[in-house]
Design a protein around this ligand. Sequence first.
Ligand SMILES: C[S@@+](CC[C@H](N)C(=O)[O-])C[C@H]1O[C@@H](n2cnc3c(N)ncnc32)[C@H](O)[C@@H]1O
Length: 235
Amino acid sequence: MALNTIYYEDCIANIPKRIDDESIDLIIADPPFGIRFDGKGSQYNRKSEFVVSGYSEIKQANYHEFSKAWIKAIYPILKETGSAYIFSGWTNLKDILIAIDDAGFTTQNHLIWKYQFGVFTKRKYVTSHYHILFLVKNPKKYYFNKIDHYPEDVWEIKREYLPGEKKNSTKLPDKLVEKLLLYSSQENDLVLDPFMGNGTTAVACIKHKRNYLGFEINPNAKEIIDANISKAQES
Ligand SMILES: C[S@@+](CC[C@H](N)C(=O)[O-])C[C@H]1O[C@@H](n2cnc3c(N)ncnc32)[C@H](O)[C@@H]1O
């Protein structure tokens, strides 16, 4: 198993044995949310020429099956001392929660990431949060670096605006991913991101001296991920 590798055009659920059992210290997973999102709509306030095509969304009807398959695949490869963070919107959260329980994870926290804007609505509230499920395999053994005295479970972190930069649809803020890394991993640890997107997790790993592994099914994302990794390696 080579460190700092990204498996392109592939899904963790297809090839679990490519990664050794009990080898991963931390998993950061930001899967497609099953909401017919392609990241190009004007409601997302973006110019479509700056968004690469090929974003792989999952049909809502298949979301339960999809979630079950990849969450089952990440359980054996996580160390007993390790932990996993899974991002979810509220729409298909139930599928994720069921899959987490079925796989055998223990949920330690249900974090809320509050961001500064959502899609404009006329007859309902604007969604301006995501769920981040903090999971462990062994509640007695997992690593936790309590960097704040009073670490609350609601995190208000601004989304990044990257005007004129090419993106693979959604991107988590660097600050958010770095916070997860600093709480739940140490230098030289191995961090897995099964849904690389723009390579945000790999970039944070390079900055904070962690190793990474990742998967990304969209072949058009490669040029963006590779460019972001090169930039991080140079700085
Ligand atoms: C929400 S985005 C991740 C964004 C990422 N966290 C970032 O900050 O850049 C989800 C990504 O998962 C990819 N994807 C969808 N289905 C996949 C699968 N089965 N295996 C691997 N990647 C997949 C999509 O193409 C998309 O790039």
